[in-house]
Every structure is written in C-alpha cells, then in structure tokens.
Write a protein that binds this ligand. Structure first.
Ligand SMILES: CC(C)(COP(=O)(O)OP(=O)(O)OC[C@H]1O[C@@H](n2cnc3c(N)ncnc32)[C@H](O)[C@@H]1OP(=O)(O)O)[C@@H](O)C(=O)NCCC(=O)NCCS
Length: 195
C-alpha cells in the first residue's frame, strides 16, 4: 500500500459496497408518466451517503455530482437498483460511483439508465472535514475506477480553470453578437455592438 498520513487501516471496496432497490410507484411519476429525474437523484444521494458513511465511519455530506445523464426514461412499475461503491478516497473526500439500472419485472428487461459520481466529504462531530480510511483496492476494476476518478478530478479542475479564464475575458458588449444566431430574443434594453 502507498504511504499515507493516516494510521487508520485501509477498508476494502467490498466493505462499503451498497445496493438500494426501489419499486417505482405512481407517486414518483411526472406528468408524462415517467419517473421524475429528481426522484432518481434523491435515491442516488441516499445510496451515496450510505456507501460513503460506511467506508468513513462518519457522517458524510454531498459536495458535488458528476455525470448525471439519463440515457433512457424509467417507467412506473420498474424496479430500480442503484449499485454504489467507493471509487476513490482523498484525505477527507470520497468519490462514490453509482450505476443505476431499471428492470421490467414482467419481461425481465434490464436497462442501464445512468452512471454517476458523487463526491462526499466526511465530517466529525463539530462539522469539520475529517480524514477517511485509505481504500483497499481488491480487484483490477477497483484500481481502474480509482485511476479514472483521479483523471476525472484533474479534468474537472482544468475545465474550471479554463471556464473561469474565459468568463473573465468575456465582455458582454463584444460577445452579445453571438446571441443573434441563438434561439433567444434580446429585450428592449439590450443591443449587440453591430446594431
Ligand atoms: C464540502 C466542504 C466540507 C468543504 O469544506 P472546506 O472547508 O472547503 O474543506 P476543504 O477545503 O478541506 O475540502 C475538504 C475536501 O472536500 C473536497 N472538495 C471541496 N470542494 C469540492 C468540490 N466542489 N468538488 C469536489 N471536492 C471538493 C476537497 O478537495 C477536500 O478533499 P480532500 O480532503 O480529500 O483533499 C464544505 O464546503 C461544506 O460543508 N459544504 C456543504 C456540503 C453540504 O452541506 N452538502 C449537503 C447539501 S445541502
């Protein structure tokens, strides 16, 4: 194992792996008869918390969410399973990978609706971020997910920096002309530099 500032023994990925299965009842449906995205997000947050708190042995809070793209709608009557595992740990943060599948129990059809990544931070009794145990990688998949989480973190930081730079450089008066080809209408108080 790599050196770590903690004396806490590593905990295996399997120690905190958590699956939450829930039946999609009519109360979860939107006006189109499909399940609300917010219902699924709430279930993802719940399973992420359970998995993170189990690994950390502490209360955890959600800090950020990556990769929420619903590929297919979920229907009323389907059984949704959310499979969560710790993909990465930092000093006080953990990334929980969650794979969501929806099963039609009559036909046995299973569809993969999304895979998302919740970053959680462990907090101590006074509400400060607190160190979490290192992660014992038990399989090649565990190692791959850990490496992917590092890459995702690097890319997110690069994106944030790039976007902040662009935003600082962006001048409303100069860039407003871009809006002309977009599906928006400039209100009476707004005009492009070309007008
Ligand atoms: C997340 C939070 C604890 C960070 O507090 P902080 O004083 O900035 O603490 P730190 O800078 O030491 O960051 C703690 C960890 O969070 C990580 N972190 C902070 N902001 C992050 C972000 N936006 N995305 C991913 N990780 C983040 C840091 O990298 C650090 O991880 P590490 O210890 O593994 O290196 C604080 O902002 C918070 O409590 N936010 C509210 C969370 C909450 O209540 N969620 C529920 C939603 S209602």
């Amino acid at each position: 194992m790599n050196s770590s500032s903690t004396d806490v023994p590593a905990r295996g990925v399997s120690f905190s792996r958590t699956t939450l299965t829930e039946l999609m009842i009519p109360a979860y449906a939107n006006f189109g008869g499909k399940i609300h995205g917010g219902t699924l997000l709430s279930l993802m947050d719940k399973v992420a918390y359970a998995c993170a708190a189990k690994h950390a042995g502490e209360y955890c809070v959600t800090v950020s969410v990556d990769g929420v793209n619903f590929r297919q709608p979920v229907e009323v009557g389907e059984l949704v399973s959310l499979m969560a595992s710790v993909n990465y740990v930092g000093r006080t943060s953990l990334v929980i990978g969650i794979k969501v599948i929806a099963e039609n129990v009559k036909t046995g059809t299973v569809k993969h609706t999304n895979t998302s990544y919740f970053t959680m931070v462990a907090k101590n009794d006074v509400g400060s971020p607190t160190e979490v145990p290192p992660l014992l990688l038990e399989t090649a998949d565990d190692a791959r997910r850990f490496l992917e989480a590092i890459k995702r973190k690097e890319l997110r930081a690069a994106y944030s920096e790039h976007f902040d730079n662009e935003r600082t450089r962006m001048l409303l008066t100069e860039n407003m002309v871009q809006l002309v080809s977009e599906r928006c209408v400039l209100g009476p108080g707004l005009q492009t530099s070309q007008q």
